[in-house]
Design a protein around this ligand. Structure first.
Ligand code: ASP
Ligand code: MG
Length: 394
């Protein structure tokens, strides 16, 4: 008998039919003799709908009240799943984060989990219940409702799995695992059977949407075995763990679209400090810290917040994309990667990276051609790498 934490995302619980299908899936695990804690997201589109309501009242709603509102979505899905399980003769109890208790800091809209109490869940599991927990929410020290940031249910699942010392944290989603690149953009993308936590962290940080970054970092830090599976098809999915040997040099290609190039009239050092203070993540392109104007790349989603902070100091330049390659000693392939792109007429404005990842700044219009080409040459055709390295140095 194993203890499993199974997390189902918004599309997996997007309708009553899907919730019924999730119930069947959970029951299968029960029938294999496992104890199951289920963590759910809100039904697909629900969090956006609630956000839309708030924005009709205030473009920047009070953070505390926004969390009370957004946490409502998950309360709906957990109750519906528990009902579906009960109807099928399996005892199930739904719990909000406040009932669990999931303790967080008071950073509304983007809270961090400090501790998950296990006693309530353990008692319910011991009484043969399936426990269904609301993802994405927490409570702060004063009893306020908090939320963990978009996609935060993954983190709830991992934190619960870690606290309960579960055998595996299974993230069920609409794709059947982690792919070498986004299969919706590149049809030749392949599913990885296993991936090392270090590379998974890079993939999540650099745009692969399959797992929320915070959840991967949490799982890595607490050594929680993680598996990504499809909620619609059978299969082994992708296992994320620590003992993976790969002879492939380049493991994946990730893409960050909807990025904005912005000039800000502040020296780089001052700007970086300010960005950090406001929790904004940006790629600072300025190399000369004494320059009065800095150039940064920031996600379009953060533009409104950036405006709030820098207002008259900033000038919007244009849209760009960031293409990242993830793999072993990736920097050594920089020259041939640049050559392949140059030959296809794709301009690389600048790059940054470390041993495991390399990010290239390209024009927004080039993102499809670039990801397709790089994936084909460096991931699908592994041989090509040797030939190209040879060409690049000759
Ligand atoms: N419902 C939240 C969101 O849409 C959290 C989640 O789905 O993980 O972001
Ligand atoms: Mg998600």
């Amino acid at each position: 008998m194993a203890l499993l934490v199974q997390k189902f995302g918004g599309t997996s619980v997007g309708s009553i039919e899907r919730i019924e299908a999730v119930a069947e899936r959970v029951i299968k695990a029960r029938q294999c003799g496992h104890q199951v804690v289920v963590v759910l997201s809100a039904m697909a589109g629900e969090t956006n709908r609630l956000l839309g309501l708030a924005k009709q009242i205030d473009a920047i709603p009070t953070p505390r009240e926004l969390d009370v509102l957004l946490a409502a979505g998950e309360q709906v899905s957990i109750a519906l799943l528990a009902m579906a399980l009960n109807k099928r003769g399996y005892s199930a109890v739904s719990l909000t984060a406040d009932q669990v208790v999931i303790h967080t800091d008071n950073n509304f809209n983007n809270a961090t989990i400090h501790e998950v109490e296990t006693q309530h869940m353990t008692t319910l599991l011991g009484q043969d219940n399936i426990v269904v927990v609301a993802g994405f929410q927490g409570r702060d020290i004063d009893g306020n409702v908090t939320t963990l940031g978009r996609g935060g249910s993954d983190t709830t699942a991992v934190a619960i799995a870690s606290a309960l010392k579960a055998d595996e944290c299974q993230i069920f989603t609409d794709v059947d695992g982690v792919y070498s690149t986004d299969p919706r953009i590149v049809p030749s993308a392949t599913r990885l059977d296993v991936i090392h936590f270090d590379y998974m962290t890079c993939m999540a940080r650099l745009g692969a949407k399959v797992l929320q970054l915070q959840s991967v970092e949490y799982a890595c830090q607490h050594r929680v075995p993680l598996r990504v599976l499809s909620s619609f098809e059978e299969g082994e999915g992708t296992l994320v763990n620590f003992d993976v040997m790969s002879n492939q040099n380049i493991i994946g290609v990730a893409l960050q679209r909807q990025q904005v190039l912005v000039n800000i009239t502040l020296p780089a050092t001052v700007l970086n400090e300010q960005l950090g203070l406001y929790g904004l993540t940006a790629w600072n392109l300025s190399t000369n810290s004494s320059d009065d104007i800095s150039q940064i790349v920031i996600s379009n989603d953060d533009l409104a917040r950036l405006r709030l902070v820098f207002d008259s100091k900033m000038r919007h330049i244009g849209m760009v994309s960031i293409l990242s390659l993830i793999g072993k000693d990736i920097q050594q392939h920089l020259e041939c990667i640049q050559m392949v792109l140059r030959e296809a007429g794709i301009i690389v404005h600048t790059y940054q990276g470390d041993k495991k990842c390399l990010s290239l700044l390209i024009n927004e219009d080039d993102h499809l051609a670039a990801v397709d080409l790089i994936h084909e040459k460096f991931v699908v055709d592994g041989q090509c790498l040797g030939n190209l390295s040879h060409l690049a140095v000759s």
